[in-house]
Design a protein. Structure first.
Lengths: 324, 376, 304
């Protein structure tokens, strides 16, 4: 018999795949869009989960990477659309794989820089310094006029993927869903690897790690960078979903929401981010439909989860996590 | 589950045409968060206009965007794909309009703007499906620049450091002929203006023009009044409209501001609107309410001429703007933005309540600066 | 640039710093004594401003409003501590961040529910209206000088409280060894509630004082909250002295940056561009400063 967690995980993964297929069948394409949103937010949270869940690095600034990913997609597409070269004669592009690559490289480099400084601190200081970096980028995006500033940057059409017509909701969902699965495979590989073991040791006891000759900073930095890359990819997809990148992707509320997703689902768990994203989008959609005060009730629910349901949704459904 | 407000009000003799099929209008506006006051006025005036028309074939789908662009985008998708609305309207903020409008009109859905008018949608990127019933963003500021020429030679100008702020100062400078004592861009959402007020004091300006929407303007005015600087200020009507005057208090008295509407505009449609709004909601309407009232009446007038399903005929009916605007004369330019008068108002106190009264007309039949670039 | 202008800007920076100190003092006390990171501190600021505005408009007296702001914020703080925060002492910072993030949502939407979306009106009391002359021929708003005065009074009061009273002794003891003072028979629960309510009252006071200058509306606490965190982190979490130095530093840096950066850039760029780029840089300045300080002193300037 399969363990309960595997069962819950399988149900979640199939559910997310089934909703859009049914939605298309009954001609309710909006539910495809909603599912795509879940997949992308889950992807971003999978990224954060690598740093937060495995490494214990509470980054309150992951919106920076989410937003940078989004802006990369929007900027490259805008340049391609207007046929203006970027700089040094480089052209923009509307091809998703290229955009993803660029977004991931830029996020990786930014995370390397931010991580090098931030990881010198720990605890509350780490929470706050990551927040400070995100705020810096947020204010920069708001006041830099070239790419829309506060207005954000619109994509006129969704970017393309070879052989798929991404303008339609379902193929784009499939792209996002595939990337989500790929990221979850990566997460599970990391968790099972020697690197993952070292990372989890760094979370619990740095001295022990140093004693066996591993520099904790390097391990944590690597995790932070990988985490940022995955979140940045999600940002690029998010811009494509909304056909729009805006400074609010960079705001501290976004950072808070990403943490909420991870905790709501169950931190450090493979399917935690997906469970969290499903729950969050469901709250947002149904509560938002019932009352304008939905944020009030979201607050109550969140508070309830933190105070009484430790381990999040997966903890509730599948029991205590087997790791750590 | 969905917040659908079916307006099943007694159909009165007012109905002028036979309404054959139901019409679904999606309203995306800001009902929660810091800017909710504007969206609530928008919604209230819009629903009141539909209710009073007695047209019971109209179904409204009203949703809250919380002033967040991604939520607005998501709602637009939902309304188009799931609710299958015929028209969209309601957005208050330029940045949300920039997120929603291009994709909406690309899907051949008509969008009517009851407030925002970003320059990017007025020029080369104008669209036959996009109708702006309010103004182009620069208009109010242009009017104030024009009016300032009368009395002032050296103006200090300030606005937040974001696109609408830059548009505002550009608009002002387009018509202002005097010298600038200073041009300052403040932080978005800034609440303390002591540093800027000190610069105004030091600059030797003979007047101040500022564009600081919402809470920013309230803070600025309250601090300015206490600072001992006596240089006269002026601004666009947004900073001195019914929604914020109460919070600024007497510091606003006597300030000149520009707007395309005021509650004392002398025409029948306006009198009827102000009365109806006051009776229904027990407060004075703001400019956002006035513009939404017009948007609703424009839609009603077009519906009486053409079916919403016949898109081309319906758009032609909209473009003819054959309705009684609370702003008096109202015509659409080639870019589907209004040609209208812009007035200068002064803040006064009536029966203990701060409000505005028109003192001059800055522009007659004013067109925006971007219409030439629009190929329509 | 005249001396009067420079002096006025320095006072502006000082006034911003003093206000940030009122916020940061509570945050840093709560963290130092209880080890709790409280994002909902901005909501207490908002509660203070609302209480002041409502009572002032009902009674016509700003001073009664000010008292109401202290009472309301302290009461709200005590309730938060008893109902929510008390369950979080043993949890990691992540749970604290999340729970207090949830509190922000509850307080913001809740006050909108009760008081509506339109900003409330709160004016400066008649005694403090107007401006006073400065040396060098300038003028300065009297009310802002009064805020600076209140800030200095609160800072000295806190110093006296912590170094010369029984409560202060317990607070200091709580900061250095939590288990120990419980073992010594001090009612630790009551101490925590008092400290939290004290921090809340200071935030409420800041909200009421600033509410009269700005607009009293839902969400007014959030920008201040982030700034207050910057202050606390720069100063060193748990250190009141650090909060004071950090607050003045941030206040001066922010004000002078907004004022001098565009002016400096105007020497090499056209005025309109200098304004925009200078404004953009100025808004990032304090975060850059914070990152730099933490890069060299990872536990802030006055690490406890």
């Amino acid at each position: 018999m399969m363990p309960r967690e595997t069962l819950v995980n399988t149900v979640l993964a199939l559910l997310l795949l089934a909703i859009p297929l049914v939605a298309v069948a009954i001609d309710e394409p909006f539910y495809v869009t909603l599912s795509t949103r879940i997949a992308i937010l889950a992807l971003a949270a999978v990224g954060l989960n690598i740093a937060l869940g495995l490494g214990g690095l509470v980054s309150f600034g992951h919106a920076a990477f989410f937003g940078i990913g989004g802006y990369t997609a929007a900027i490259l597409a805008t340049h391609a659309f207007n046929a203006e070269p970027l700089f040094f004669g480089l052209e923009g592009t509307t091809s998703m794989p290229w955009i993803w690559l660029v977004a991931m490289v830029i996020c990786g480099l930014m995370a390397l820089f931010i991580g090098l400084i931030s990881l010198r601190t720990s605890g509350v200081y780490f929470i706050m310094i990551t927040l400070a970096f995100a705020q810096m980028i947020y204010y920069f995006a708001i006041s830099w006029p070239a790419y829309g500033g506060e207005d954000g940057l619109s994509l006129s059409v969704r970017n393309t993927f070879p052989l798929l017509s991404t303008a339609k909701p379902l193929p784009f969902f499939v792209v996002c869903y595939t990337m989500l699965l790929a990221a979850m495979v990566l997460f599970s590989l990391i968790r099972g690897s020697r690197f993952g073991a070292a990372l989890q040791t760094a979370r619990q006891n740095e001295t022990r790690l140093a004693a066996v000759g591993i520099v904790p900073l390097n391990i944590k930095l690597a995790a932070f960078v990988i985490s940022a890359i995955v979140t940045g990819l999600a940002g690029a997809l998010f811009a494509d979903l909304n056909r729009f990148a805006s400074p609010s992707m960079l705001s501290w509320h976004m950072s808070g929401e990403l943490i909420v997703l991870v905790i709501l689902g169950g931190k450090g768990r493979l399917f935690g981010p997906l469970a969290g994203a499903m729950l969050y989008v469901m709250f947002e959609y149904t509560l938002g439909g019932i009352t304008e005060r939905w944020q009030f009730f979201l607050g109550l629910i969140l508070l309830g989860v933190v105070l009484f349901i430790r381990g999040g949704l997966l903890g509730l459904l599948a029991g205590k996590a087997r790791y750590g | 589950m969905k917040r659908i407000l079916a307006t099943s009000i007694l159909s009165l003799a007012l109905a002028t045409a036979a309404y054959a099929e139901p019409v679904k209008i999606g309203v995306i506006t800001t009902l929660s968060g810091g800017g909710a006051g504007l969206g609530i006025d928008m919604r209230d005036a819009f629903t009141l206009a539909i209710k009073q028309s007695g047209n019971k074939d109209i179904e409204l789908v009203i949703e809250d965007d919380a002033q967040k662009p991604e939520i607005a985008v998501q709602l637009a998708e939902k309304m188009i794909q799931s609710d299958k609305v015929d028209l969209l309207t309601g957005i208050i903020w330029s940045n949300l309009a920039m997120a929603v409008v291009p994709n909406t009109v690309a899907q051949d859905i008509v969008y009517l703007s009851p407030n925002a008018g970003p320059s990017a949608l007025a020029g080369a990127n104008c669209n036959a499906n996009y109708f702006n019933v309010a103004y182009q963003n620069d208009n109010f500021h242009e009017a104030m620049g024009q009016y300032a020429n009368k009395d002032y030679k050296k103006t200090f100008i300030l606005a937040p450091n974001y696109p609408a702020g830059k548009d505002a100062l550009t608009g002002f400078k387009r018509f202002y002929k005097g010298e600038l004592a200073g041009e300052v861009y403040t932080q978005v959402g800034q609440t303390d203006y002591a540093a800027e007020i000190a610069q105004i004091r030091d600059s030797g300006a003979d007047s101040v023009f500022f564009f600081l929407p919402g809470g920013m303007g309230i803070s600025f005015m309250k601090q300015y009044a206490q600072s001992g600087v006596s240089t006269p200020v002026m601004g666009p009507g947004f900073s001195f409209d019914q929604d914020v005057l109460g919070a600024i208090g007497d510091a606003a008295l006597g300030v000149k501001n520009s707007a395309t509407w005021s509650k004392d505009l002398d025409n029948d449609a306006n009198k009827k609107f102000v009365e109806a709004f006051k009776t229904e909601y027990k407060r004075l309407p703001s400019i956002y309410a006035a513009q939404s009232w017009d948007a609703a009446n424009l839609i009603l007038a077009a519906l009486s001429k053409a079916s919403v399903k016949d898109k081309d005929a319906f758009k032609t009916a909209l473009k003819s703007a054959d309705f009684k605007s609370v702003r008096g004369k109202f015509v659409f330019n080639n870019n589907n933005h209004p040609i209208q008068n812009v007035y200068v108002r002064e803040v006064v106190k009536e029966d203990g309540v701060l409000t505005n009264k028109i003192i001059a007309t800055a522009f007659e039949d004013h067109k925006d600066a971007y219409a030439d670039k629009c190929k329509m | 640039m005249s001396t009067a202008l420079l002096l006025e800007q320095l006072l502006n920076g000082l006034q911003l710093g003093v206000m940030l100190f009122l916020m940061a003092a509570g945050l840093t006390l709560v963290f130092g004594v209880m080890g709790v990171i409280n994002l909902a501190h901005g909501s207490l600021y908002m509660i203070g401003a609302f209480a002041c505005a409502i009572v002032a408009s009902a009674t016509g007296s700003f001073w009664l409003g000010l008292i109401a702001s202290l009472v309301a914020a302290a009461a709200a703080g005590a309730i938060i501590e008893v109902v929510v925060i008390r369950r979080l002492y043993e949890r990691d910072h992540l749970d604290q961040v999340l729970a207090t993030f949830a509190l922000i949502l509850i307080f913001s939407e809740g006050s909108r529910w009760i008081f509506g979306s339109f900003p409330l009106y709160l004016d400066i009391p008649p005694v403090l209206q107007g401006a006073v002359p400065l040396p060098g021929g300038g003028l300065y708003q009297l009310y802002r000088l009064a805020i600076i005065g209140v800030g200095i009074a609160v800072a000295s009061g806190l110093y006296m409280l912590i170094s010369h009273t029984r409560l202060g002794m317990r607070i200091r003891a709580g900061e250095s060894d939590r288990e120990m003072i419980a073992a010594l028979g001090v009612d630790i629960q009551a101490l925590y509630t008092i400290v939290f309510a004290l921090g809340a009252a200071l935030a409420g006071l800041a909200g009421a004082l600033i509410g009269a200058l700005q607009s009293v509306q839902v969400g007014m606490g959030e920008p201040v909250l982030i700034l207050a965190f910057v202050v606390v982190v720069i100063g060193g979490i748990g250190s009141i002295k650090g909060a004071l130095v950090g607050a003045i530093l941030v206040g001066l840096l922010d004000t002078m940056g907004r004022f001098l950066l565009p002016k400096t850039l105007a020497l090499i760029l056209p005025a309109s561009q200098a304004g925009m780029i200078g404004g953009a840089l100025a808004s990032m300045l304090i975060y850059i400063a914070m990152a730099l300080i933490l890069a060299f002193r990872p536990r802030g300037l006055f690490a406890a």
